[in-house]
Design a protein around this ligand. Structure first.
Ligand code: APR
Ligand code: PHB
Length: 391
């Protein structure tokens, strides 16, 4: 089989790129290891930046988001019993974020790919990338026990943190930077009324907590936990009790508890592979970088990579100009590092760090104080929260 662009991974990055390339008249095939049901069963964050919303609309997958998504113009940070509202709309000349789950984004993308007759192959095994340093790279894989070869002009690695694409870059030329945080997030999804109309990020002596939502009747909550925590060891009642203790009393008073419909632990990691291009291979999304979830930047950062990459490929196929492709890594990385900084900063600001020296703890308090007291500091937070520009 032959195509123009081979996309490894059918998560949000791969599907969005596939959709945009198709709209540009560029042939592409997506190879996804899992079934569609499996991909859609993964619960991920749900805060969409302005740029993410725009690109989804440009890709013709914004209609349901615009109907069902919740527009948020602010969120709260609490420390102990004190609460600060960050007026993101007021601080950014009218920008807002959209609450719309990643699962919904992925569902819309799959439906759009079906409707356009896009090529998305599921349950592909043993995907391997070849001849990336030539002008005729190809991908081999197995499907239904049969061995296949996909010839292409470019290979795009959208296969997440554990996929084979990044591993296809020889280790000596791969520049990687990583921080693993000494804690995780225990998350619960429940069909309960969210405790507030807006998100609440809580700094507390017992550890970080987050009140989020998916809809007016579905809540998503998280509490900081030990990285080795097994979600199965937490009963719903224990979770609600612990969450309640980490929120200010006026918030706890409104906390509606109920049966969890999903409960899982996510590790926290900052990671960047600066080698986002190797020959005819380009990495995008989680294949190239991971942010800790504080601030909900993972999906948004994947989408901005796809924005740069789609424009670069579009220009290459329309005019033969390779400038966009040559500049891709540099342009994407500039935004990646700024966003890494923001996610690292928000994580550092709000969590309890085991064995934190007293000085560091005082610095965290001082940082919170600076934020509570300074509109300028709140503006920097708001600008990052709604999303940095793509250029
Ligand atoms: N062959 C084919 N597909 C693979 C392989 C493989 N060997 N390995 C992984 N994949 C698929 C995964 O099954 C997954 O569906 O690649 C996809 C990668 O999707 P994501 O991990 O969701 O990454 P990405 O599309 O970049 O989306 C980034 O999603 O993961 C979250 O926190 C992340 O919100 C961020 C966003
Ligand atoms: C979520 O709703 O899952 C969520 C929201 C905000 C975050 C992280 C996760 O910062």
């Amino acid at each position: 089989m032959k195509t123009q662009v081979a996309i490894i991974g059918g998560g949000p990055s791969g599907l969005l790129l596939s959709q945009l390339l198709h709209l540009s008249g560029i042939e592409n095939v997506v190879l996804e290891k899992q079934t569609r049901d499996y991909v859609l069963s993964r619960v991920r964050a749900g805060v969409l930046e302005q740029g993410t919303q725009s690109l989804l609309r440009e890709a013709d997958v914004g209609a349901r988001m615009d109907r069902e998504g919740l527009v948020h113009s602010g969120f709260a940070i609490t420390t102990g019993d004190d609460l600060l509202r960050i007026d993101i709309e007021g601080l950014t000349d009218g920008k807002t974020v959209m609450i719309y789950g990643q699962t919904e984004v992925t569902t819309d993308l799959y439906n759009a790919r079906d409707n356009m007759g896009g090529h998305v192959l599921h349950e592909t095994e043993e995907v391997a990338l070849h001849d990336l340093e030539t002008k005729a790279p190809y991908v081999t894989y197995k499907i239904g026990g049969e061995e296949k070869t996909l010839e292409c002009d470019f290979v795009i690695g959208c296969d997440g943190f554990h996929g084979p694409s990044r591993q296809a870059i020889p280790k000596p030329v791969r520049a990687e930077y990583e921080r693993v945080y000494p804690f995780g997030w225990l998350g619960v999804l429940s069909d309960t009324t969210p405790t507030d109309d807006e998100l609440i990020y809580a700094n507390h002596d017992r550890g970080f907590a987050l009140c989020s939502m998916r809809s007016p009747t579905r809540s998503r909550y998280y509490i900081q936990c030990d990285a080795a925590t097994d979600a199965a060891n937490w009963s719903d009642a224990e979770f609600w009790d612990e969450l309640a203790m980490r929120l200010p009393p006026q918030i706890t008073a409104n906390l509606q508890t109920g049966k969890s419909i999903e409960k899982s632990v996510a590790p926290l990691r900052s990671y960047v592979c600066e080698t986002m291009r190797h020959g005819r291979l380009f990495l995008a999304g989680d294949a190239a970088h991971i942010v800790p979830p504080t601030g909900a930047k993972g999906l948004n950062l994947a989408v901005s990579d796809i924005w740069f990459l789609h424009r670069a490929l579009d220009s290459y196929y329309k005019t033969g100009n390779e400038t966009g492709l040559s500049n891709y890594a540099e342009k994407a990385l500039r935004r990646v590092w700024k966003t890494e900084r923001f996610a690292w900063w928000m994580t550092s600001l709000l969590h309890r760090f085991p064995n934190f020296p007293a000085f560091e703890k005082r610095m965290q308090n001082a940082e919170l104080g600076a934020l509570f007291d300074s509109k300028a500091a709140q503006t920097v937070l708001a600008e990052n929260y709604v999303g940095l520009p793509y250029e």
